[in-house]
Design a protein around this ligand. Sequence first.
Ligand code: URA
Length: 434
Amino acid sequence: MSPYEIIATKRDGAELAPEAIGWFIDAFMKDEVRDYQMTAWLMAAYIRGLSDAETVALTQAYINSGKTVDLSSIPGIKVDKHSTGGVGDKVSIILAPLVASLGIPVPMISGRGLGHTGGTLDKLESIPGFQTQLDVPQFQELVSRHGLALIGQTAELVPADRRIYALRDVTATVDSIPLICASIMSKKIAEGIDALVLDVKYGNGAFIPPPEKAEVLARKMIQIGRASGKQVVALLTSMEQPLGRAVGNWLEIEECIDCFHGKGPNDLMEVTLALAAEMVVLAGKAGSAQAARDLCQQALSSGKAWDKFLEIVAAQGGDTEFLEHPRRYPRARFRAELKAGESGYVAAFQTREVGMASVELGAGRLRAEDPVDPQAGIRLHRKLGELVEKGQVVAELYTNRKETLPGALKRLEKAIHIDARPPKIPPLVLKRLA
Ligand code: URA
């Protein structure tokens, strides 16, 4: 097999044999296929697409590039949740301890923010001391002892995805359904789970905005999970506006604290409970989504979920003092307000642009190696359908880099539309797929 033939076959729209894909990824990991050859192939795959068989082969080749975790010695059905990425999406931080507090093992390996989206790891690392870069034995130990682990991708698991994602990120080949599918599912299958709940975002802040396409992505991921013997359920949820009111790392942790104490924003709680209930049903702890939701509500109101969160933060080296007393957390040095230029309803968000404004303030990264500022971000005072008077604050911006404020303010102003008529609010949970 030669890289040239493999690239040319995909360029011409023909289907590659699974062995050819397996060989290509393996040769890339041995540096026998060069970055420029891989990026040419990725672009061909992006334009021509991959068949289901090719997507399964790519997923398997990614998995074969590293180790897989064995959690079989830990009793119970191990369930994880994965989101395709959004703005203000802090669901994992509430949901994982909540589900684990019901005695369901949650081995969660999350990602960092990239582009306009935030990442669970960056949010967790805004808690001083919190360690996310743990190895596989430490991951297994946490799940065994605490029924929960919240870690980052390890060097041993699916190394091909890390290298290839970095290439996709700079060659405009991220938003391809089969490439996203293989990237996400390989990592989930390698982490040793039995079941998975997918939060597939649709809307203008999602990687794949059209709902019909998001559904295709969800169905493909379900099919790949099934082919590997995993139970998979997907919810299509809205990214037509940021989830909750906080965008940015510590600001989002503060919002999670509110959620644990029953004071979280409705949309965030709704998506969290819908996904958590699916996990509880998959784990066999409830016979229906409603019974599972009731269990989740009880775990929140009794404080069990909060206690589990404090337990895992302490176990991963985090300082729980700031969680107990969030006002003691140091604030960003600079702040600005976006005020409404006219009275009316908040009628639409360009959610991707809200994410980019937050990146500009320092909360996210444009390249994988960029540092993030834990204190930077945006607090939305108004969400879709809410009324605002001319001159009232629509959003607050926080940063430690004063020079970013004018640009971020301008971007945010353009991203939030006010209209005299109330908008039609898109469904938060559009569809359930299984
Ligand atoms: N998240 C991933 O892990 N991979 C993708 O390709 C896109 C989003």
